[in-house]
Design a protein around this ligand. Structure first.
Ligand code: GAL
Length: 686
């Protein structure tokens, strides 16, 4: 178990805010002048760290078992001599031709049974013993050579695991066999599996383990327990592959922590399952700035994504990739407007990132990323808007490093986001089969807190909730048994719990709870849900709450009070007058149940009432203007408040008291003026 200090400082070799990004010099080995120029430009841009070797397998091992590492060593040395550190990748993100040509089994089989040809990336079979052996060999060689290099500060395992544009899985015979073993280990007997999956339905009962196949379109897709377990298996197998990579590199480099770059709300892999084998979380963030009329919703979604990534370990994380200007894979790739690069970078820091890293340092000369944003353009010089923007971020991080590095957000509010629940909801075949909007709903419940300037952790159902004052669990359709117990204890001991419609329907193998919904949390919330209505434009509804009417959408739960008190009521249709929001005193805490899909206006009113009722402090005690939020990173001596304006216009508001500008030490009080896309960092002395 790591001590508190170590937890905050997994990267012991270079305890500073990192600034840099993916550097692919293997594409430029024939251009020595470019490699020299790169380091000169990096120094100018205040880059202190780059990620090397992410897709360099073919250059590192051009033929099976023949390693060519001298070029890499020279680059790591040259960088280190100039004070630039290396995040060293294992190269399994993309496989070399010799590997896929010689060993068919390393290529994934798709859910239509076809084996992939060579090409693309993130597409190895994670079960293949040969793939594991080849990965082990190159990782061993890399770790032996560079594991103790003073310039190497962090291992970057593979790249965006599972991001194959498919469903992250491989359906080859090896994976089928591994899946069966995984199931045997989980259920022990076929009887237990048949019961857990309810396979008597449509005569699907298995009489031999060998009959089990992954869910595929031309096979079985209607057994939800199977679908859910397959997704769990895919995560477990990926974690297992990832751990094998970690174990090797750690064996030869005991002081170097490991990470792998994640992708926020990426549905295919349950990132919380990586928690114990990650020293530090890192992720790649590509918000769609300027694609809508204003940037507020994108800012909130991005904030939620940062919180989710921070929530995995509840420690500072790394922004491993972001674009310094535009991407090249959206339909329409809009440039960042002036100040947005700084704001977007500072937003990540505000939410707990200890880095701002880019994809990529220099644009590739050819292939599909030649027009993707990069710090250095094909033009090749420093007098560009993007280079200046990047340099400004680098300077700012350098100046802030002392005050920020050892701080972390410590929210008193948590929102539950659980991958297994997400998978189960989307598979349910129930009240709505087009889009149950789970993640949208989670983000909608976060919005009011963002607007009030209150930090929130995003955690799964397995994470300890005892340290929070308020836990919001929207649409917990699948409730894990332990979470049900945790909620009981949490509320009994004085916590406030908010639940919603479409909760407590199934258990962990997707069997419906008998005896009424919301199953194992029914007692705590003090209601019983009898039916749920998918409303539409012909059957609209609304609810009255504290003498005001609010529209509701999509889903309306018809509930009965079983100890709880109603605080809002339906206003229309045959369930007019039935409770739409309930409050239950349970032990010394309170549990709310929101029966219908409510909109922002209601959510803002409701959560602001709760925040007042249970005494949750805003980061700055004022009503913030639209589009402005405040995040807080707490330190031992001072707290840092990041006041962020996502409006394309200046705004101002009256501060509640006096603060200090964390960057220039000036006193800040009275009216705070923020320019368009501004981020001010204030110090709140304890
Ligand atoms: C990331 C990936 C990078 C690069 C980038 C482009 O998902 O890890 O290698 O392709 O996207 O935006």
């Amino acid at each position: 178990m790591l001590g508190e200090d170590e937890m905050r400082e997994p990267i012991k070799k270079f305890t500073k805010m990192l600034h840099g990004g993916d550097y692919n010099p293997d594409q430029w080995l024939d251009y020595p002048e470019i490699l020299i120029q790169d380091i000169e430009l990096m120094k100018k841009a205040h880059v202190n760290c780059v990620s090397l070797g992410i897709f360099a397998w073919a250059t590192l091992e051009p033929e099976e078992g023949i390693y060519q590492f001298d070029w890499l060593e020279e680059i790591i040395n040259n960088l280190y001599n100039e004070g630039i550190y290396t995040v060293l990748a294992t190269p399994t993100g993309a496989m070399p031709n010799w590997l896929t040509e010689k060993y068919e089994e390393v290529r994934q089989v798709r859910d239509n049974g076809a084996r992939n040809l060579h090409g693309a990336r993130h597409n190895f079979c994670f079960t293949s013993p040969i793939m594991r052996e080849k990965a082990r060999n190159i990782n061993t060689a890399l770790a032996e050579r560079f594991g103790n290099h003073p310039g190497v500060i962090l291992w970057h395992i593979s790249n965006e695991l599972g991001g194959n544009g498919n469903d992250s899985s491989c359906h080859c015979p090896l994976c089928q066999a591994a899946f069966r073993d995984w199931l045997k280990n989980k259920y022990k007997t076929l009887d237990a599996l048949n019961h857990a999956w309810w396979t008597k339905f449509w005569s699907q009962a298995y009489t031999s383990w060998d009959q089990i196949h992954s869910p595929v379109p031309n096979g079985l897709t209607t057994v939800h327990g199977l679908n859910l377990d397959w997704k769990r298996f895919v995560t477990a197998q990926m974690v297992d592959f990832y751990k094998e990579e970690c174990n090797i590199v750690k064996k030869y480099s005991k002081d170097i922590p490991v990470t792998t770059n994640m992708m926020g709300f990426f549905k295919c892999l349950d990132y919380f399952k990586f928690k114990d084998s990650l020293d530090i979380v890192s992720w790649d963030s590509y918000p769609s700035w300027h694609e809508e009329k204003n940037d507020i919703d994108v800012a909130i979604y991005t904030a939620a994504s940062h919180n989710l990534m921070r929530g995995i370990k509840k420690q500072p994380f790394l922004l491993m990739e972001s674009t310094p200007s535009l991407v090249n894979w959206k339909v329409n790739n809009t440039l960042k407007r002036p100040n947005m690069h700084m704001l977007s970078s500072m937003q990540a820091v505000a939410h707990g990132s200890n880095s701002v890293q880019y994809f990529q340092w220099r644009k590739s000369r050819g292939a599909s990323e030649k027009l993707h944003g990069a710090v250095v353009d094909h033009y090749g010089k420093e007098d560009t808007r993007v280079f200046k923007d990047v340099t400004e971020v680098g300077c700012r991080l350098e100046n802030l490093t002392e005050s920020i590095y050892k701080t972390i957000n410590k929210p008193k509010v948590a929102i539950i986001v659980d991958w297994e629940n997400w998978w189960a909801i989307d598979d349910a075949c129930g009240v709505n089969n087009s889009d149950m909007k789970y993640i949208d709903t989670v983000v909608n419940h976060y919005k009011p807190f963002w607007k009030m300037g209150i930090d929130v952790d995003f955690i799964d159902m397995d994470t300890d909730i005892s340290e929070y004052k308020l836990v919001v669990a929207p649409m917990t359709y699948m409730i894990k048994e332990k979470f049900g117990e945790d909620v009981k204890v949490f509320v009994e001991n004085g916590g406030c719990f908010v639940s919603s419609y479409w909760s407590g329907i199934v258990n962990e193998t997707d069997l419906c709870f008998l005896g009424g919904f919301p199953g194992i949390i029914g007692e705590v919330v003090g209601i019983r849900s009898e039916e749920i209505d998918a409303i539409n434009e012909y059957y609209p509804n609304s609810i009255s709450y504290k003498n005001k009417s609010y529209e509701v959408n999509d889903l309306c739960d018809l509930i009965h009070l079983q100890g709880a008190k109603a605080e809002a009521f339906y206003e229309k249709d045959f369930y007019k007058g039935m409770p739409a929001l309930t409050r239950n005193q349970y032990g010394s805490g309170i549990a709310y149940y929101i029966a219908a899909r409510t909109e922002n206006e209601f959510n803002e009113e409701f959560y602001s009432n709760i925040v007042n009722e249970i005494g949750i402090e805003k980061n700055i005690n004022v009503n913030l203007p639209y589009g402005v939020t405040v995040s807080k990173r707490c330190g031992e001596e001072d707290d840092l408040l990041f006041v962020q304006n996502f409006n394309s216009e200046p705004v101002s508001f009256e501060l509640d008291r006096q603060y200090e500008n964390a960057e220039d030490g000036t006193v800040v009080s009275g009216r705070l003026e923020l320019t368009a896309y501004d981020c001010l960092i204030l110090k709140d002395k304890k």
